[in-house]
Design a protein around this ligand. Structure first.
Ligand SMILES: [Zn+2]
Length: 288
């Protein structure tokens, strides 16, 4: 079975991106895995702190690892947006393939210091684990919103600077960087998302020398995401759009079966909803 770093190298060679999709339950996991298998591409399952608390840290590892082994398919697990060193260590000890330390609300100095501590602690547990850092605040909730979250970097002068990215990688030793390049967590309820700054993506990728991760890609156009992948994004995160698909799929199944009470007969509606969105996204990221 290939490792996540093998999959990242493959993405770099092909100028494609690995899809990263969050789950809160087994229906989401089944939908994502079904889509990745249908297209025969690797996939990353993400769990934020809230999602991890609901599913269980050790339980989500057991689910993902058992599916990877049984299906013989590259399915990886990431501890998405972890805000402290202890949370990163807990995920590493439980057997996650990757951890993201999110120090984007800290000053650059504090973010660098904490990130270095995370990278060292995680590598002591398992040197194979992929460590990601975040530079530039891009909001924090995967939700439908009316505007841009307060404090989010969206003006050109607030976006991640190539020289900052280079220094951050050198000082912390991270494997991946999530920059602020016009991307925002969540998606607009009634308006298009702002465009991504593709030139900035290319400049940060060249300066950083490590693969970049595009967060908050829900609501961005396929064309914009395609260009960002071409410019150096090697992982793309989608959460809000699949949360929406999960809910709509569930509502449709409940409406179609008003008397049904067996969860395993209702939840396939959510699985199908998630699967169809993930299929469309994976085609864009993998240029299929
Ligand atoms: Zn994110």
């Amino acid at each position: 079975m290939i490792s996540l770093s093998d999959a990242l190298r493959g993405a770099e060679q092909n100028k494609t991106a690995i899809g990263h999709f969050n789950i809160s339950d087994l229906a989401g996991l089944h939908g994502i895995v079904a889509a990745a298998r249908e297209l025969n591409v690797p996939v990353i399952i993400g769990v934020s702190e809230g999602e991890r608390k609901f599913v269980g840290v050790r339980q989500v590892v057991a689910l993902v690892k058992s599916m990877r082994e049984e299906l013989n398919h590259p399915i990886f697990l990431n501890a998405d947006h972890t805000h402290d060193v202890a949370g990163c260590i807990e995920a590493a000890q439980a057997g996650f393939d990757a951890v993201l330390f999110d120090g984007s609300k800290l000053s650059l100095e504090e973010n660098t210091r904490e990130m270095k501590a995370v990278a060292e602690a995680v590598r002591k547990i398992n040197p194979e684990i992929i460590v990601e850092g975040e530079l530039g605040y891009i909001g924090s909730s995967s939700e439908m919103r009316e505007g841009i979250p307060e404090g989010a970097a969206i003006k050109p002068e607030d976006l991640t600077k190539p020289e900052e990215a280079a220094r951050f990688v050198k000082e912390t030793g991270v494997d991946l960087i999530a920059p602020a390049v016009g991307n925002i967590h969540g998606m607009m309820a009634n308006a298009p998302e702002p465009n991504l700054d593709i030139k900035r993506v290319a400049d940060v990728a060249a300066a950083a020398g490590v693969p970049l991760v595009l967060h908050g890609a829900s609501g961005n156009t396929d064309l914009d995401v395609r260009k960002a992948v071409e410019a150096g994004m090697r992982i793309v995160h989608i959460n809000t759009e699949i949360r929406l698909a999960w809910r709509k799929g569930l509502e449709a199944a409940l409406a179609a079966n008003p008397k049904e009470v067996a969860p395993y007969k209702i939840l396939p509606g959510a699985i199908e909803g998630v699967k169809s969105v993930v299929l469309a996204k994976l085609r864009v990221f993998n240029r299929l």
